[in-house]
Design a protein around this ligand. Structure first.
Ligand code: SF4
Ligand code: MG
Length: 320
């Protein structure tokens, strides 16, 4: 099947100014040349530390940021080809779910109305059918009918995330970009929300770009995973290949930080040294060389390209 989303050579840079109105003195290279595709009905995980550019990438994919270079194709069409009007028409089809849905819910609007608002605004249902449409999407998201008339503060964190998801789902999106959607929740609640995403994928055919700093969170949901470091994808593979045979030292370090129940399966812990360098001044050569336990002289001088190893598994490392 043709991919739903194709991202090609995408760069999103932000100017740095000296003071609010000063001269441009540099560029934050938040996303610095990224390509990937997501097949329809699958879930693609984007993982990396905070500051790696994941959220900027997610928002550029949705057309919320204008890319510095590269293209985003949705259903085979450049999302910017139709100008602002074209982007607005795409809006319901590509929805964002974020970490803290509470921040976007009006405390004085009942939850059912908050979900219904967007439906009416986009002209997706007639007023007479609105209540049923909202109740149906609430049901799919695990919310009970009596909760229609409740206010946001009456809900727990996990339920608020269900509301956030219901609002997005009400528009019948083909793609949902979920940016750290479970990071603010307790681990037990995280599993329930991840199961909901999994149901939406299986039963509603929704395609996901799922962003998380936590590899453990994407393991159960995502069919393919890309690991990002300082604006670049450093490794990408199917879920099993990535977890069983990680090829990039950064992925290996992230994986070694996940606690495992079986002591025989325990990996040697790789502790990353130092902080993430600034995306305004990424290190020369391999951007990971300042923290890589395996770095050799070549890594400081030569940029490793993302090479295909086997079965579509790709890694950008001189030693992979
Ligand atoms: Fe480490 Fe060198 Fe590989 Fe970069 S290219 S990940 S510094 S070994
Ligand atoms: Mg982020």
């Amino acid at each position: 099947a043709a991919p739903l989303l194709e991202v090609e050579g995408l760069k999103t840079h932000f100017p740095i100014r000296d003071g609010l109105f000063g001269q441009i003195s540099g560029q934050v290279r938040a996303v610095d040349g990224v390509s990937f595709r997501i097949r329809r009905g699958t879930s693609f995980g984007l993982v990396g530390e905070s500051g790696s550019g994941k959220s900027t990438l997610g928002r550029t994919v949705l057309g919320l940021y204008e890319p510095t270079a590269g293209t985003v194709r949705f259903n085979g069409r450049d999302i910017r080809a139709g100008g602002r009007k074209g982007l607005a028409a795409l809006r319901p089809k590509m929805q964002l779910v974020f970490q803290d849905p509470y921040g976007s819910l009006n405390p004085r609007v009942r939850v059912g109305d908050a979900i219904g608002e967007a439906l009416l605004a986009h002209g997706l249902v007639r007023k007479a059918e609105l209540r049923d449409a909202v109740l149906e999407v609430m049901r799919i998201c695990g919310l009970a009918p009596y909760q229609f008339a409740r206010y946001p503060h009456e809900f727990s964190g996990g339920q608020r995330q269900r509301i956030g998801i219901a609002r997005a789902l009400a528009l019948k999106p083909e793609l949902i970009v979920a940016d750290e959607p479970v990071s603010a929740l307790d681990v037990s609640i995280q599993a329930q929300i991840i199961n909901l995403f999994s149901d939406l994928k299986e039963q509603q055919g929704v395609t996901f770009l799922f962003i998380s700093h936590d590899l453990a969170v994407v393991e159960h949901l995502c069919d393919e995973i890309a690991v990002m470091y300082l604006g670049l994808i450093v490794e990408t593979a199917g879920r099993d290949a990535l977890f069983d045979r990680p090829r990039h030292p950064y992925t290996q370090a992230l994986l070694s930080a996940i606690p495992v129940a079986d002591p025989d399966a325990r990996r040697d812990r790789i502790v990353l040294q130092g902080e993430l360098p600034s995306p305004a001044a990424p290190p020369a050569g391999c951007r990971f060389h300042t923290r890589c336990p395996l770095a050799i002289d070549r890594c400081r001088a030569e940029v490793p390209v993302l090479r295909t190893l086997a079965d579509g598994h790709q890694a950008a490392c001189h030693l992979a």
